[in-house]
Design a protein around this ligand. Structure first.
Ligand SMILES: *[C@@H]1O[C@H](CO)[C@@H](O)[C@H](O)[C@H]1NC(C)=O
Ligand SMILES: *[C@@H]1O[C@H](CO)[C@@H](O)[C@H](O)[C@H]1NC(C)=O
Length: 271
C-alpha cells in the first residue's frame, strides 16, 4: 500500500509543471520601463500558453501554436512596450502608470489540452519615483539660547508620491499648527513633486546640552519609503558657562574654553 502511494506521489511530482520564478520589481519608476519575467518548468507537459496579468487584466499572451505567437494588450493604464519568450521563460516590458500605487502582477502557465492545467504566481509592484537625495534642513543655528525661537525648513527632493514631512525633537514627534503643514511644489515630468515643511522650534527655557532635530520624509506607499535629515543644536546657558570655566584641562584647552566663554558672554551682553 505504502509503495503504491509513494509511486502515485512521485508521478504527481514528476508530471507537474510549475513556475520556478516570477520576477517583479518591488518598486518601479514611472519614468522608466519595468521588466517582469516568468520562469517555468514543463517537465513532460506540453506548453499551451503563458499569460501575464495586471490585477485581473491580461496584458501579455504567448501561444506558441498561433501566429503571431505573442500578443500584447494595453489595458488599465499600463502601456505594454514589448515581450519575448525563450524555451523556459517569458518577459514583458511595461511603462508603469504615473500614479503612485500598488498592483498585482501574475504569471499563468497552462499545459496543452485536454487537461489545460494551470500554474499561477502573483507578486506586487509599487509605482514610486524615489527621491535622489535625503531631505535638507535649513535655518538651524549651531547654538541657541534657552527660550529662543528659530524657524527651520526641511525640503525634500522630487518624488512620486510627494513626501510627507514630520519633525522630531529628541525623537518626540512635534505637533504643529495647521499653517505648518507639508507644502508641495508644482509637478515635474512623471508627476514628481518636492515638498517642504517648517518647524517653529521653541527652545525650552530649561533646556541645556544638545537638541537633536530630525526631519523625516515618508513616501506613503506600500511598503513605505523613509528618508531623513538630522541636525544637532547646542543650547548654551549660564550654568554651562561656569562649568566651562571650572573644567580642568590643558592650558590650550582652557584657553579655547575661555575664548568661547568670552564670546558667549559677549553674545549675552549684546542681547
Ligand atoms: C501600447 O501603448 C504604447 C505606448 O502608447 C504603444 O507604443 C504600443 O504600441 C501599444 N501596444 C499595443 C499592443 O497597443
Ligand atoms: C522652505 O524651502 C522651500 C524650498 O527650499 C521654499 O520654497 C520655501 O519658501 C521655504 N519656506 C520658508 C517658510 O522659508
Amino acid at each position: 500500500m505504502m509503495k503504491i502511494l509513494t509511486f502515485i506521489a512521485l508521478c504527481a511530482v514528476t508530471s507537474a509543471h510549475e513556475i520556478s520564478q516570477l520576477q517583479v520589481p518591488l518598486y518601479a519608476d514611472p519614468r522608466r520601463e519595468a521588466e517582469l519575467s516568468c520562469h517555468f518548468r514543463m517537465d513532460d507537459q506540453r506548453l499551451h500558453s503563458v499569460k501575464f496579468y495586471r490585477d485581473m487584466y491580461e496584458i501579455f499572451r504567448y501561444n506558441p501554436s498561433q501566429t503571431p505567437p505573442i500578443r500584447l494588450f494595453n489595458v488599465s493604464g499600463v502601456a505594454v512596450q514589448g515581450g519575448e519568450c525563450l524555451a523556459a521563460s517569458c518577459a514583458v516590458r511595461i511603462m508603469p502608470p504615473p500614479l503612485a500605487g500598488r498592483a498585482a502582477y501574475s504569471c499563468e502557465v497552462s499545459t496543452e489540452g485536454p487537461k489545460f492545467k494551470i500554474a499561477r504566481q502573483t507578486k506586487h509592484m509599487t509605482v514610486v519615483a524615489m527621491p535622489d537625495s535625503d531631505p535638507v534642513i535649513v535655518g538651524a543655528p549651531k547654538l541657541v539660547k534657552p527660550g529662543e525661537q528659530v524657524l527651520l525648513n526641511c525640503t525634500t527632493a522630487f518624488s512620486l508620491p510627494p513626501a510627507d514631512i514630520n519633525w522630531f525633537l529628541d525623537n518626540e514627534l512635534q505637533k504643529q499648527e495647521p499653517w505648518q503643514r507639508t507644502e508641495l511644489s508644482p509637478t515635474q515630468s512623471g508627476g514628481l513633486r518636492a515638498s517642504w515643511r517648517v518647524l517653529r522650534l521653541s527652545v525650552p527655557p530649561t533646556a541645556s546640552g544638545t537638541l537633536r532635530v530630525r526631519c523625516e520624509a515618508t513616501l506613503r506607499v506600500e511598503p513605505p519609503v523613509v528618508r531623513e535629515a538630522v541636525t544637532t543644536v547646542t543650547v548654551y546657558s549660564r550654568t554651562q558657562l561656569s562649568k566651562y570655566v571650572s573644567n580642568r584641562g590643558t592650558i590650550f584647552e582652557r584657553g579655547l574654553k575661555l575664548c568661547w566663554t568670552l564670546l558667549v558672554i559677549l553674545n549675552f551682553v549684546s542681547l
